[in-house]
Design a protein around this ligand. Structure first.
Ligand code: SD4
Length: 331
């Protein structure tokens, strides 16, 4: 062996034994008890989020990690970038309004200590996910709704923003002509952001933020701000988030179900598939709506599955941020 070959051989063995070590650490359940330890150097954080806008959200989450952010900072900064994008019709103040013309926002957040915060049906708040974090950190409660949530925002020094999107308004006026109330979510074209992150310490956090179903009834709240439905995080096990027809996710406690299935030993992919199967078994109209789940476990394995084809997600792993198509129950 000349010097070059010996070098290659040494690197090859190092990488090989690194992979073996990674496997055995995971198999020994090392990852499950990694809460207080540093991750091995080959697991340097991970971000996964729903739909194509997730690509941008992941970048911002990653930037936060590089700046020393913890998982909670990563998820908040990640989705803030989408909430601030007023061209998005499904997240933030640019979102489509309810059937009476009000844009109402839902968001929730969970940290690695099992703490949670949520705001529902809140108006004129640019960053509902940050408000959810404030509910978690500054109040003894988990959920604030409507006017109370808005009042709390003002008390926290948040300036209300009465931005109205001309385009969303136009779409609403077109909808008003027929005012057909069909709470069926199209299989594509969503942007509700559910984002899950693992930081450099191996800790997990998650967030979910949306303007909810377009032209919903006034006061309607979907799954996105409901802990256990649109989002669930258990730092010992993993995290999950959901998108699509919120009613179907709430009825089945979708994200909690995914995490509990992982607790029972399923890998994240199987857990997402099983949660979709549960939704199928509980709904006779499953052909008419979309639900998608994302999950990640403590070892950084991911899962994605949806009812209908067309559910995309963004994964930032090993330094690469990419969009993927999730497999689905209907082909
Ligand atoms: C809701 N789950 O309000 C949300 C909508 C959604 O992509 O996810 N759209 O029911």
């Amino acid at each position: 062996m000349d010097r070059m070959e010996r070098r290659k051989f040494l690197w090859g063995s190092l990488i090989g034994s690194g992979a073996l070590l990674a496997n055995s650490l995971v198999n020994q359940g090392w990852a499950q008890s990694a809460r207080k330890k540093k991750l091995p150097p080959f697991l340097t954080g991970l971000v996964i989020s729903t739909w194509n806008a997730g690509l941008t959200a992941n970048e911002h989450a990653w930037k936060s990690l590089l700046e020393g952010g913890k998982a909670l900072d990563m998820v908040e900064k990640g989705v803030n970038a989408i909430e601030a994008d007023f061209t998005n019709r499904y997240v933030g103040l640019g979102g489509l309004p309810d059937r009476e013309g009000h844009t109402t926002l839902d968001a929730c957040i969970m940290d690695s200590n099992g703490m949670a915060g949520s705001v529902m049906c809140v108006e004129q708040v640019k960053y509902p996910s940050s408000l959810a974090r404030l509910v978690m950190e500054k109040t003894p409660h988990v959920q604030l709704v409507g006017e109370g949530a808005q009042q709390f925002a003002v008390e926290q020094g948040i300036q209300l923003d009465n931005y109205v999107s001309d385009e969303a308004q136009k779409m609403y006026e077109e909808w008003l002509q027929k005012s057909e109330y069909k709470p069926i979510i199209n299989a594509e074209n969503h942007d509700t952001i559910g984002l899950l992150a693992i930081d450099r310490q191996g800790d997990l956090a998650g967030v979910c933020t949306t303007s909810g179903m377009a032209y919903k009834m006034r006061g309607r709240v979907g799954d996105s701000p409901i802990i256990g439905a649109g989002l669930y995080v258990d730092n010992e096990i993993g995290a999950a988030t959901a998108t699509g027809l919120g009613e179907a996710v709430v009825r089945t406690c979708g994200s909690f179900l995914v995490v509990e299935l992982m607790r029972q030993g399923m890998d994240p992919q199987r857990a997402c598939e099983s949660a979709v199967e549960r939704i199928r078994s509980k709904h006779t109209n499953v052909k008419d709506f979309q639900v998608g789940f994302l999950a990640v476990n403590k070892a950084g394995e991911i899962g994605a599955f949806s009812v209908q084809p067309g559910f995309t997600y963004a994964l930032h792993k090993n330094g690469i941020n990419q969009i993927f198509n999730a497999p689905s129950m209907f082909k």
